[in-house]
Design a protein around this ligand. Structure first.
Ligand SMILES: NC(=O)c1ccc[n+]([C@@H]2O[C@H](COP(=O)([O-])OP(=O)(O)OC[C@H]3O[C@@H](n4cnc5c(N)ncnc54)[C@H](OP(=O)(O)O)[C@@H]3O)[C@@H](O)[C@H]2O)c1
Length: 275
């Protein structure tokens, strides 16, 4: 049985839906991963063979002013899961992020490229990756720019703002791969089923800027919203972001035969589903 921790989150909900009867889910009401005692109690009671950790403190700008919470949840929380899974002989699957990279490579990142996070969220997620290794039977899946039916995300923000305004300004100097949580859930399951270990990258195919993504959202949704360009510097968010952090997902395809669909096809599927 596969236990999903953070089962009420955006990825967690789609992971649970994909697993069906093979899955069990827990979230903050059942387990607090910042407590080793709570983590061990739940895992020894449930005794899963695999734990997929979708729980995290995911407010990237919030992490800048709540560094301690970020490290407790995204760093120490993973150490607790690694200790508890090792104790019961289960595999740990840890979901991580492109924000462990600084975006300066100028080409898609490979799994063994050197991390260099620019913000507290990225630092805390990198600590989580390192802590996952406390259990030798671990799998780390880095992903990026997630959207899904069950959480706050860029697609929903654009659709909401686009319904209120005729024109929006969106940053055009950050490049990445928008990724649908359903496709990521399929990638994670494919990796589990193939028994893959170590680090993998999983994101929808191709890449774009947030500005191009916003235009695509309005085109696919049939909304006539004008999208103008602005820079990351102009937006001036608390957390620094990598400018080019696309992930090379070749290893995922080679090792388990699954290649997530191109991002624009995934966006179409998502918009069809949410109608
Ligand atoms: N969203 C993205 O764009 C993105 C990009 C790259 C990687 N990721 C990674 O993908 C994974 C899933 O992200 P997501 O956007 O689906 O996350 P999410 O929607 O924020 O869900 C995270 C879940 O974890 C729960 N949680 C928080 N602290 C906890 C704790 N101490 N113990 C147990 N549960 C706790 C949250 O509960 P509350 O809601 O009550 O706090 C929430 O249900 C995360 O590892 C994230 O870092 C996300």
């Amino acid at each position: 049985m596969i236990l999903v921790v953070g089962a009420n989150g955006m990825l967690g909900r789609d992971m649970m839906a994909l697993l069906g009867e093979r899955g069990r889910g827990v979230d903050i009401d059942d387990i607090d991963i910042t407590s080793l005692e709570s983590t061990e109690r739940v895992l020894t009671a449930v005794r899963p063979s695999v734990v997929v950790n979708c729980a995290a403190y995911t407010d990237v700008d919030g992490c800048e002013s709540n560094q301690e919470t970020a490290m407790q949840v995204n760093g120490e929380g993973v150490a607790h899961l690694a200790m508890a899974t090792r104790m019961i002989g289960a595999r740990l699957v840890q979901v991580s992020t492109d924000y462990v990279f600084d975006g300066g490579k100028g080409a898609p990142y490979l799994e063994n490229d050197a991390p260099n996070p620019l913000n507290v969220y990225g630092e805390s997620k990198l600590a989580g990756e390192m802590n996952a290794a406390v259990n030798p039977d671990h799998l780390i899946v880095r992903t990026q720019w997630l959207y899904g039916l069950h959480g706050k995300n860029f697609v929903e923000t654009m659709l909401r703002l686009g319904a209120e305004r005729d024109e929006l300004s969106v940053v055009d100097d950050q490049i990445g791969s928008p990724t649908w949580t359903v496709d990521l859930a399929h990638a994670i399951l494919a990796l589990i089923e193939k028994g893959c270990r170590g680090v993998y990258h999983a994101a929808n195919g191709g890449y774009c800027s947030w500005n191009e993504f916003a235009r695509a959202i309005f085109q696919e949704a049939g909304m006539g919203v004008k999208v103008t360009a602005m820079t990351t510097e102009q937006l001036n968010r608390p957390a620094r972001r990598p400018l080019y952090s696309t992930l090379d997902c070749g290893k995922l395809l080679r090792d388990c035969g699954y290649g997530p669909q191109p991002w624009r096809d995934a966006l179409r599927s998502y918009l069809r589903l949410r109608k």
